[in-house]
Ligand binder design. Sequence first.
Ligand SMILES: C[S@@+](CC[C@H](N)C(=O)[O-])C[C@H]1O[C@@H](n2cnc3c(N)ncnc32)[C@H](O)[C@@H]1O
Length: 321
Amino acid sequence: MSARAGRSRRRAPRGDCGWDRVAGWYDGWVGQRGSRYHRALAIPALLDLLRPQPGEAILDVGAGQGVLAPYLLGEGVRYTGVDASPRLISIARRRHGAGARFFVGDARELDRLPGVAGQRFDAAVFLLSVQDMDPLDAVLRSVASVCASEARIVLVMTHPAFRQPRHSGWGYDPSRKLAYRRADAYLSPMSVPMKSVAGCAPTRSHHRPIGGYINGLATVGFTVDAMTELPDLPGSQRRSSRRPSVQPDVPLGIPPGVPPTPAMGSQEIPLLLGLRAVRRAPPRLLNPRGPERSARHRVRPGEPRSAAERLTGVSTGPATR
Ligand SMILES: C[S@@+](CC[C@H](N)C(=O)[O-])C[C@H]1O[C@@H](n2cnc3c(N)ncnc32)[C@H](O)[C@@H]1O
């Protein structure tokens, strides 16, 4: 093999931000049906916001090894998963390939990805993945371009206001015997390297204030209409004795050494934030109630012709009915 060919084989896949290198570790943490955080918190929150309907085409952006696929397939949807990591996608295909479609691709360039470009998905979902992607505007523009004119986007992420990687944590105030959550930074977007895993270069988590998501979605025509905030698992269900040797970017809760108190933030301070945004087809101004109404409301000379014209008195162009 020539030196050049060797270099190109080693080159990271387009859009990959280090996840391909840690695929084995990540799959060990998530497992076949999802980590306990996936199963108890993130996946139920996503399904609740998404409300998938049988037959819908749903795109899972940053699908990883396809942990969400069996849950969505169980709802009768047509599932497509995209991820930048070839290794994670190959695990996904092996596990869930029957009935699901998986593609290696960059979430910022879905409009150029064979098998995805030109599709009109009813919904796109990001399960704990949007914070691993950057820049957000390119990702949202690309996702919106493969969604139907009426569609929804659901994002489930670690809560940007309370769980900023490396810029937030638990503290304890002995005078009040109170555990509290501290946030060192919030308003400034930042790209934060996560802990190195299995000797590999760290992946990065991209912090943005919540407004960055809401305004970013609005820019591509989607309006947030539902939001959910979820606390951490109750203490007994949290992984404490067998913490993984490396830290995933789903924070595992209150660190050892912080004394528990009844008002402990685990149930008051959210771990996850879920947002649902919808894009609705533009209202049909002409003939709003079908042919019956249009027959009864024949335009007479000088009479405003459309609903918009009736409301504003301004001509919106020649009538089409
Ligand atoms: C924390 S993992 C989440 C995976 C999966 N959704 C889950 O919950 O297990 C984040 C995923 O985002 C993917 N990712 C990051 N940037 C990407 C990009 N630009 N295009 C596609 N996938 C990307 C990574 O490869 C990784 O699999």
